[in-house]
Design a protein around this ligand. Structure first.
Ligand code: NAD
Length: 350
């Protein structure tokens, strides 16, 4: 089978991790890059041996040799570029957060379905070796049923170096949308159900900016469980990241940042569990995307999964403003993805 030929749109910081991951895969290649800045195009073409480049995404999308694109630029542009790419018949891997409103997320899911292309959102932390091992342990039943889970990320917001769009909620910035999205994704995946309501406190407590820097959310799920998601970008402190899952017959803790571990608690003791280290951070993500295209199945963090994660984030914002628990619009009767395509078994839609 031919290699999957990819165009990368937006050559900022994270595009490098995408190119590094593609280099570790035999069946995927970067055929073209696009950025408004010529110097960036030259840099990527040289470093990753990319044969073609375009100044704008519209030019890149006209290239008939490109099968799929990675959309790796600001949050406020995800929607427009994803819809354009779907209309051009390209499969899309768009960076997180999916978009900046639920309406935009719905448009993106619809555009992918109407044009028969795959839509995957780069919820990178879903694909870490540690996350995959943790989910495998829960799925094995060794710890019994899940009772509750807490996922948190607390780190320096690095205000001085943070670009303006990430300090503006209008542009989809703030700690909650930028990083809370990873926390809620993993929490929801570990709890293994869809959310029904959220109660949250979100605020701008450590910085002068037009976006939040801290959030604590209590999320209720359809399976009757509840979980807590915390995302804080402080002005000074020491970072801490962990996901803890408490089950009936054992406990689980895992993280990828700071210390990198998966630990299982049994008989009053924590024990380290070995996990597979991918050759690059985004290797598993790209492998899953290429697999979904080749097998015509839904990618693990497909459009509707990511849309649900965004629905939780937006409901939390609403709860923080109103001071009330907010029921999710999708409602308790909504339990299935609409495309009907099978999803990879490891990650499956619940
Ligand atoms: N998955 C992760 O863990 C992770 C980590 C970091 C960033 N991200 C996400 O990656 C995305 C990109 O972040 P970044 O900080 O790398 O971006 P950035 O702002 O550094 O870079 C964006 C680039 O896109 C270019 N650009 C803008 N409009 C364009 C257009 N129409 N056509 C072509 N090029 C265009 C700009 O010139 C710029 O070089 C964000 O959504 C961010 O949240 C994800």
């Amino acid at each position: 089978m031919d290699n999957l030929k990819v165009g990368i749109i937006g050559l900022g910081g994270i595009a490098r991790s995408h190119c590094d991951a593609i280099e570790t895969l035999d069946n995927v290649e970067v055929l073209a890059v696009a950025d408004l800045i010529e110097e960036k195009r030259r840099e990527y073409m040289g470093k990753y041996d990319v044969p073609k480049s375009y100044a704008t995404h519209t030019d890149l999308l006209k290239d008939p040799e490109i099968d799929a694109v990675a959309i790796t630029l600001g949050h406020q542009l995800h929607h427009r570029l994803t819809v354009d790419a779907c209309k051009a018949g390209k499969h899309v891997l768009v960076e997180k957060p999916m978009a900046i409103s639920l309406e935009q997320c719905d448009n993106m899911v619809a555009a992918a379905a109407e044009n028969g292309v795959k839509l995957m959102v780069g919820l990178t932390q879903h694909y870490y070796g540690t996350s995959i091992k943790a989910k495998e342990i829960l799925n094995s039943g060794a710890l019994g049923p899940v009772i509750t889970a807490v996922c948190y990320m607390s780190k320096n917001w690095s205000y001085a170096g943070r670009r303006p769009q990430y300090r503006s909620r209008y542009h989809g910035g703030g700690m909650w949308l930028t990083n809370g999205v990873h926390v809620v994704d993993r929490l929801t995946w570990m709890i293994g159900s869809q959310a029904v309501s959220v109660s949250a406190a979100i605020g701008t407590r450590a910085h002068y900016q037009a976006a939040d820097d801290s959030a604590t959310a209590f999320i209720r799920y359809k399976n009757g469980l509840a979980g807590i998601a915390i995302a804080v970008g402080f002005a000074d402190g020491a970072p801490d990241y962990e996901c803890q899952v408490i089950c009936a017959n054992g406990t689980l803790r895992f993280t990828e940042h700071g210390g990198k571990y998966v630990k299982v608690g049994k008989n009053d003791q924590w024990e380290n569990v070995p996990f597979d280290e991918p050759p690059s951070t985004m290797h598993n993500e790209w492998k899953a995307f290429a697999e979904a295209i080749a097998l015509d199945i839904e990618p693990p963090t497909h459009g509707e999964w990511a849309r649900h994660i965004m629905e939780i984030l937006f409901a939390a914002e609403q709860s923080a403003i109103t001071g009330r628990e907010v029921a999710l619009e999708s409602g308790p009767g909504w339990f299935n993805q609409r495309s009907g395509s099978p999803v990879t078994t490891q990650h499956g839609w619940i």
